[in-house]
Design a binder for this molecule. Structure first.
Ligand code: DHE
Length: 584
């Protein structure tokens, strides 16, 4: 049996290492500390799944390095990228988790690292050992791994993008008119996450018009201003551009923009409709502006730079959400680790002008208010909402969300009977919903503050949704540890809201799906074009039946359950008209 002991410092480590190897590690194991970090928020951390497949070399070995083979190092790097990089950063410089560079880890020492990885911490570090997610051997391996210099995954720049770029159907060979009889405006692009596909489902007949292969662990869809093109990005940073006029709709161009990514968008400003597309990546930390017709990569810009408040350098600020401005020819790009919102003017790529807005760290997801002038985005690890006036191009507020880990998706806009126009977010870390006043003209006293905070079903919420034609506000809780809660939806009647705590109805959407096996979670409501139905994903594991449940917005009763063996792990759903027009 290999003894994971150190060449340079035998005594200090041998006992712990020995205990681990001989299975005495259990002697170290205690009960999970209270308030432990395996809460829903801890379960929902970025994982660099595709980065985990990259082959890495051991950076220059040092005399006092722990004993570790090349094979072990590769295994440790894969585990690190897939489970740890999301919080501690790919280069271990820290993000929402603490830095883990050797100058720090060697100070802490092997024993401390073993304990920390085994038991985690109430601050949000999962208990990888006692939860059984890592074996004692892997805990030992990870402790040795973080004592060493981190490997830097390869960069992915223009040469690699161009190598991956394919124009499957050239613009001149595409149809000059719509060749199918699909009501595109009421089509849904549905993420089939673990299948690496999207399903195009008819918003009226519920027919599946096409299942299209996309990137790995596909994440979100966005629609071009004309409504003709669908852009889909996988976590592997592969972008597919799908022509909805073709019969059936199909990919006409594709490109890989990095190793890990989450966001894609297209230009919407008048005169620039369908002209450009943009994708932002987690690794390398950068964005790329592409030709909106062919995905030809035109401009690659790194987001590396200084953190907005400490003014210290960060080597891997990831690109989180991206939205297109309706007021200027600009993309609104949110950079997680530097806490900066970039307004990137795409009117002249050769003389690119960017407005760099200091906001708050760990920006994640967000959306526009009902006028499309204001952009509200969660700086979720700091429980803040940043508000940018996209017309005046500046930050106008930084709001405490009065909950733990706000997670709005794009948020939900409605007119509150007392507070007027509001934008709503739910929270990952607790069961609260926060309403932010968004009408500085008509309701100046309520503008840019939480005007009401109330309880929904439970913590672990990811998305909240309503529609201008609906009086209902729907809140999910897919990451709640209670199976029943995670399979239900809370719905509030916004027309009867007062200053008092509003009541909600609980919709047993998971039960309506009639899935006997597994523990499906109900995630992300998305309305049809008219706002008369809301669709929910009943997200089961890959080898079990999932479904989409369509709820009648008037009766709050199930209208249709869409089941099909091809619907593997459905999660995000994007109605073409609502996504293209930022209706939510
Ligand atoms: Fe998402 C949006 C990042 C896990 C479903 N997700 C986003 C956005 C970002 C992001 C930055 C905003 C994109 C935009 O608006 O341009 N998501 C991440 C992660 O880093 C994280 C936490 C972990 C990871 O490793 O990816 C993560 N996301 C998930 C999931 O596990 C979800 C629930 C299921 C899935 O399909 O992977 C999920 N994310 C979604 C959805 C949206 C989204 C459905 C779009 C919501 C919308 O209505 O706009």
């Amino acid at each position: 049996m290999r003894l994971p002991y150190f060449k340079a410092a035998p005594s200090l480590f041998a006992s712990a290492a020995m205990a681990t190897v001989l299975g005495l590690g259990g002697a170290l194991a205690q009960d999970k500390p209270q308030g432990h970090g395996d809460t829903p928020a801890a379960a929902y951390k970025p994982s660099m799944t595709t980065l985990g497949e990259i082959k890495v070399e051991i950076p220059g070995r040092k005399a006092d390095d722990p004993v570790i083979s090349g094979e072990e190092f590769q295994r440790a790097a894969t585990i690190y990228f897939e489970r740890c990089a999301g919080c501690h950063g790919v280069l271990r410089k820290g993000a929402t988790g603490k830095p883990l560079t050797p100058d720090i880890t060697r100070e802490l020492g092997y024993d401390h690292l073993i304990n920390f990885i085994t038991y985690g911490s109430p601050a949000g570090m999962p208990n990888w050992g006692t939860s059984g997610q890592l074996s004692e051997q892997d805990v030992d391996l990870m402790a040795r791994y973080v004592l060493m210099e981190p490997p830097a995954p390869p960069e992915f720049g223009m040469p690699q993008m161009k190598e991956s770029w394919k124009v499957v159907v050239a613009p001149e060979d595409r149809p000059t008119k719509k060749m199918n009889d699909i009501d595109i405006d009421n089509l849904f692009s549905v993420t089939l996450r673990d299948a690496g596909q999207v399903a195009l489902i008819d918003g009226k007949t519920y027919d599946i018009h096409a299942i299209i292969d996309t990137g790995y662990a596909v994440h979100i869809s966005r629609i071009s201003a004309s409504g003709r093109y669908l852009f889909v990005i996988g976590r592997d940073a592969k972008v597919n551009m799908i022509d909805l006029w073709m019969n059936p709709p199909a990919t006409v161009a594709e490109i890989k923009v990095g190793s890990e990514a989450r966001s894609v968008e297209t230009s919407k400003f008048e005169g620039f409709e369908d002209k450009y597309a943009i994708a932002g990546s987690y690794w390398p930390p950068q964005y790329v502006i592409m030709d909106g017709d062919t995905l030809e990569p035109l401009k690659v810009v790194s987001t590396r730079g200084n953190i907005y408040d400490e003014q210290t350098y960060h080597p891997e600020p990831r690109v989180a959400s991206i939205l297109a401005s309706h007021y200027h020819p600009q993309f609104i790009v949110n950079v997680k680790e530097t806490g900066k919102i970039l307004l990137i003017d795409y009117s002249d790529l050769k003389n690119l002008t960017t407005t760099e807005i200091e906001a708050e760290r760990f920006l994640h997801d967000g959306g526009l208010d009902s006028t499309h002038r204001y952009f509200l985005v969660a700086a979720n690890a700091r429980n803040k909402i940043a508000v940018v006036d996209t017309k005046e191009e500046k930050l106008i507020a930084l709001i405490e969300s009065k909950g733990a880990t706000p997670h709005p998706g794009r948020g939900a806009n409605f007119v509150h009977p007392v507070y007027g126009p509001v934008w709503a977010t739910s929270h990952l870390g607790d069961d609260s919903v926060a309403l932010v006043g968004t009408d500085p003209e008509g309701h100046p006293d309520q503008a840019w503050k939480v005007v009401q905070s109330f309880y929904a079903l439970g913590g672990g919420s990811l998305f909240i949704k309503t529609h201008p034609n609906s009086k209902n506000l729907y809140v999910d809780a897919p990451l709640n540890p209670d199976a029943e809660v995670s399979a239900s939806i809370a719905v509030f009647d916004t027309s009867t809201m007062t200053e008092a705590e509003p009541e909600f109805k609980t919709l047993p959407v998971g039960e309506w799906a009639g899935i006997p096996e597994g523990q499906p979670r109900v995630v992300q409501g998305e309305f049809n074009r008219e706002g008369t139905e809301i669709w929910f994903s009943v997200w089961n594991s890959k080898d079990k039946v999932s479904a989409i449940v369509v709820v009648d917005d008037k009766t709050l009763q199930p209208k249709k359950v869409i089941k099909d063996p091809r619907l593997i792990t459905p999660t995000g759903k994007f109605n073409v008209f609502n996504t293209r027009s930022d209706v939510y």
